[in-house]
Design a protein around this ligand. Structure first.
Ligand code: B16
Ligand code: MG
Length: 219
């Protein structure tokens, strides 16, 4: 029986990809690298340092910086991103998410967050939904990020549930891989092609409905 939902944040609960993009673009320009929105698609769901690495590789500059310099560049991007997320309000919940969270609470389904973002606690507070969750997995404490299953296994542990009692929700291919590898039922939000490995997929969060998710996961 399903007793818990484990959510990804960016792309499932809210969408701050545009803010990540603007902050990375501005950082990249400062070091002479051009990125566009199509390139930004690759950065969804992956960590800050991995994102920087991909940008540097894209500009053939991966060898040009020491680890310390790379950490400074990533910190600079994060400062700009933090300025953008000051604008986040409850109106930025993606369609259908407020209803899904409300229904889950009413039915005693426990929820935790498995996001790669170190800014997740602040974003959750700004969306005014932090009180609905039992906990947020700290991505800094993980040995490996998505697609490794660790983050979703930890999400289930935060709820005191087994992986088989939980459903994971994701918008990134690496995230679906992580949920599947954890042995959990996976719900994907996105194009049919990108979400082809999900146990159940919808194209938009507006199609997410608690009863359908629970029925599919218990079938
Ligand atoms: P931060 P998610 C991810 O969030 C974003 O999709 C990804 O673009 C970002 O690089 C990553 O968080 C790390 O974010 O720099 O705030 O720690 O989709 O896992 O909720
Ligand atoms: Mg995501």
């Amino acid at each position: 029986m399903i007793k818990g939902l484990i959510f990804d944040l960016d792309g499932v609960i809210t969408d701050t990809a545009e803010y990540h993009y603007l902050a990375w673009k501005s950082l990249a320009e400062k070091i002479g690298i051009e990125i566009d929105r199509a390139f930004n698609e690759q950065l969804k769901g992956i960590s800050r340092m991995e994102s920087l690495e991909l940008i540097l590789q894209h500009g053939n500059k991966s060898e040009a910086y020491t680890l310390e310099e790379k950490e400074r560049l990533a910190a600079q991007k994060n400062e700009e991103y933090k300025e953008y997320i000051k604008q986040v309000t409850p109106a930025d919940l993606l369609p259908g998410i407020a209803e899904l969270l409300r229904d889950a609470r009413e039915q005693g389904i426990k929820m935790s967050l498995a996001s790669a973002s170190k800014n997740a606690p602040e974003i959750m507070q700004r969306l005014e939904i932090d009180g609905l969750f039992e906990g947020i997995v700290d991505p800094a404490s993980l040995k490996a990020g998505k697609p490794d299953p660790e983050i979703f296994i930890r999400g289930a542990e935060l709820l005191g549930l087994s992986v088989k009692e939980c459903v994971g929700l994701e918008d990134a291919e690496a995230g679906i891989e992580s949920i599947n590898a954890a042995g959990m039922f996976s719900v994907g939000v996105g194009s049919k092609d990108a979400m082809k490995e999900a146990d159940y997929a919808v194209e938009s969060t507006s199609e997410l409905d608690l009863k359908t998710i629970l029925d599919k996961a218990s079938a």
